[in-house]
Structures are given as C-alpha cells and as structure tokens.
Design a protein around this ligand. Structure first.
Ligand SMILES: [Zn+2]
Length: 228
C-alpha cells in the first residue's frame, strides 16, 4: 500500500473519530436532557423546509432540549452528522420554533443528498448556511439595513468558506448569515432548478464552483448595503 493511501486512510479515520465523539456526546445529551418535540412544530417546519427541498428523504432524529445536558448547551439549534447514522438535531430553549427547525432540516437534507463527509468538508460553509437560511425567516437576517455597511464591508466568499471563519459573534454573525442567505437566494433563482443534481455533483476532492455565485455576491453587496 502506498504511503499516500495510508496517509489518506489515517486522515479519514481521524475525521471519523472526531465526528464520532461529537455525535456520541450530542446523542447522549439528547437522550438525557431532551424530549420529543411537539408534532405541530415538526409538521410546520417540514413543510417550510420542503420549499427548498421538495424531494426530501432525510429522516433526522430531533430532540427538544429543556436546557444544558452532560455539559452540552444548545441555545438555538445544532445538527450533528456521522456517516451511516441519521442526522441528529438538537433544539435548545430558544430554537423550538419553525424558523430554527426548518433551517436545521435543510442541513439534514443537504447531508442526505451529499453524505456526511462531503457536507462537512466539501461544501463551503456560506453555501450550506445560505441554503439553511432559505427556510429561516427570522427578521434580523432578512434586513441588514441597520448594519448599514458599504459594499466593501461584506466578506469575500472565500473568506467565509470554513466554519471557523463563518461562525462569528454578534454583528459579524448576522452579516455573514444575511449575506449567505442573499447570495444563495440569487443563485437559486437564477440557476438552482436542479438543486438535488447540483449537490450530487459535489465531492470531497472536486472544486466547489464558487465563481458561479460571485455575480450574486456582488449584487447582494450592493443591495444589502443600501439603507432601507
Ligand atoms: Zn445553519
């Protein structure tokens, strides 16, 4: 076996161990500190997520948390992914609503259509979060007028492609989510008629076609920076 194959195998094992530990922790916390969510909430959020993915086939496990459990604190929503096992969605006390659950259901659907590893490592974070935001109508992310940035205040897509650069605190967080929402909405409107096919084409080793989103990013920078 070549050294490269062994190195790739070791890297894959390390990633699985990392994801596995996180998934197991979340799964135990969901069992200890969670309960079934209200059926009406699941029904309404599923209908909302179906606007983005009419052909849904993810069957996530969903737990509504009363509070922190086993050291795990979820305020809004958090999804956990592991190959083979179903996506695990934990909803915190502030996240037991249609917006947050529909957002997480979209993440679960992306994972179902790409696989856990491609979703986590093959897609830019702004794209995955931008898709989630299509089902998430929370007001602060719809209108960024009060942030009043100039077009140059918005990030380059390449700067928000990883979780460590996308997930920020406060104002920057709202800006990133609102911007990602706008960019993905523009792309979906222009060429996203076969979203399932687009997702199936993405792979761990392939290059994500960020250039196809750049015109929409430019339009969003102009539009969102105008005072409303
Ligand atoms: Zn999200």
């Amino acid at each position: 076996m070549s050294r490269m194959v062994i190195a790739a195998g070791l890297a894959a094992s390390a990633v699985l161990l990392l994801l596995g530990k996180d998934y197991l922790h979340a799964s135990l916390a969901g069992s200890v500190g969670g309960r079934d969510c209200p059926a009406a909430l699941i029904q309404e959020a599923t209908a909302r997520a179906a606007r983005t993915f009419p052909n849904d086939n993810a069957e996530p496990v969903i737990r509504c948390m009363k509070g922190p459990a086993l050291g795990l604190r979820v305020d809004y929503g958090a999804s956990h992914f592991l190959p083979v096992l179903p996506t695990l969605i934990l909803l915190g006390p502030k996240g037991q609503n249609t917006d947050v659950l529909a957002h997480e259901l979209v993440h679960a659907e992306v994972r179902a259509k790409t696989g856990a590893l491609v979703r986590s490592y093959g897609l830019p974070t702004w794209f995955d979060e931008g898709l989630g935001m299509q089902a998430d109508e929370r007001a602060p992310f719809q209108d960024l007028g009060d942030l009043a940035p100039s077009p140059g205040d918005f990030p380059e897509l390449g700067e928000i492609g990883r979780p460590s650069t996308f997930f920020r605190a406060g104002r920057q967080s709202r800006l990133n989510y609102g911007f990602a929402r706008c960019v993905v909405a523009g792309w979906l409107e222009a060429e996203g008629t076969d979203l399932d096919g687009f997702l199936k084409d993405q792979s761990l080793l392939g290059k994500f076609p960020t250039d196809r989103f750049e015109p929409h990013a430019a339009a969003c920078r102009e539009r969102l920076s105008q005072h409303s």
